[in-house]
Design a protein around this ligand. Structure first.
Ligand SMILES: Nc1ncnc2c1ncn2[C@@H]1O[C@H](COP(=O)(O)OP(=O)(O)OP(=O)(O)O)[C@@H](O)[C@H]1O
Ligand SMILES: [Mg+2]
Length: 293
């Protein structure tokens, strides 16, 4: 599969021929009748590159392999085949401290920040924990470090004393992003990071990701089944179906001139074509180009 190549500079991340198979659980009946476990190819020969400052959107219906692909990148799920090259690092060959360093530099943000935030820890402690583990605090005071991370996600320093239950969904997701930033990442992989939020809050968080891309030079893999979200932010999109990338390219091209019938169906099936046409309400257009279809 070809490699995206419009944003100049060498790729930060190259994924080539990624494969992940799961075998279905066998029931006792299957076992007695010697029915072999079925193999499901959740990720089937997926390739892409990501450059500094680039946002790659991954879309596709439920079960198409988006999350498995995302988790294979940092080997939260161990791939069965393929290459993962991050700068000069062969990620699949890493173990121990080397792998921990990769996982510091490639941070993940998930749909449900409740699951990733310890309810007993204050926001400040949760951020400090990450900064300490990854030795990111340096000569800064702990308070100053926390205030800086909160500032990065546009929350006031006073939020440091709050607990996750005292935050709105959008604020919780901001804290989850602040925690990810506290590790000093180069890449953020966001898996359905805005899917559970109201549309207006989604727009705010998408704009926050765009600002962070600009201010921190971050590269972002943004997994979302919501095409309008990707229309408003991604430079490139990859459309997945049954584990494979069926179409990929610059977002404007894929959304305006979809080549694969599955992409056409995904775009047509979207219940809010007006939203798709305009991108997300209020989201900044990418490179001055409006997405339309
Ligand atoms: N640990 C696992 N064991 C067995 N099968 C799995 C496992 N994880 C995922 N799968 C299967 O792999 C396929 C891809 O799942 P994945 O979660 O990557 O899809 P997705 O595109 O992220 O879907 P969604 O939009 O619902 O999040 C699905 O058929 C899923 O049931
Ligand atoms: Mg998923």
């Amino acid at each position: 599969m070809s490699i995206f190549g419009e944003v100049p500079g060498p790729p930060l991340l190259s994924v080539t021929g990624l494969v992940k198979e799961f075998s279905s659980r066998r029931t006792v009946g299957d076992w007695l009748r010697r029915v072999p476990a079925k193999i499901l190819r959740a990720v089937d020969d997926v390739s892409f590159t990501l450059r500094r400052g680039e946002i790659l959107g991954i879309a596709g219906e439920s079960g198409s392999g988006k999350s498995t692909t995302a988790r294979c990148i940092t080997r939260m799920i161990e791939p069965d085949a393929g290459e993962i090259q991050f700068r000069d690092i062969n990620v699949r060959a890493m173990t121990g401290a080397g792998l921990r360093d990769v996982r510091r530099r490639i941070q993940m943000v998930f749909q449900d920040p409740y699951a990733s935030l310890n309810p007993r820890l204050s926001v400040g402690s949760a951020i400090l924990e990450v900064g300490r583990v990854h030795r990111q605090i340096g000569s800064q005071s702990p308070k100053g470090f926390v205030a800086e991370q909160l500032g990065n996600v546009r929350l006031p320093a006073s939020f440091a004393t709050r607990r996750p239950r005292d935050l709105s969904g959008g604020q919780r997701q901001r804290v989850a992003i602040a925690r990810a930033l506290a590790a000093g990442p180069e890449i953020i992989i966001a898996d359905e990071a805005v899917s559970a939020l109201d549309v207006s809050i989604q727009t705010e968080i998408v704009n926050l990701f765009l600002d962070l891309r600009d201010s921190h030079g971050l590269a972002i893999v943004f997994v979302s089944h919501q095409l309008p979200v990707l229309a408003g932010m991604a430079d490139h999109v990859a459309i997945m179906r049954a584990g494979a990338v069926v179409e990929h390219g610059p977002t404007v091209d894929v959304f305006e001139r979809p080549q694969h019938p599955y992409t056409v169906a995904l775009l047509e099936a979207y219940p809010h074509p007006d939203v798709t046409k305009d991108g997300m309400a209020g989201a900044k257009p990418r490179n001055g180009k409006e997405i339309s279809r």
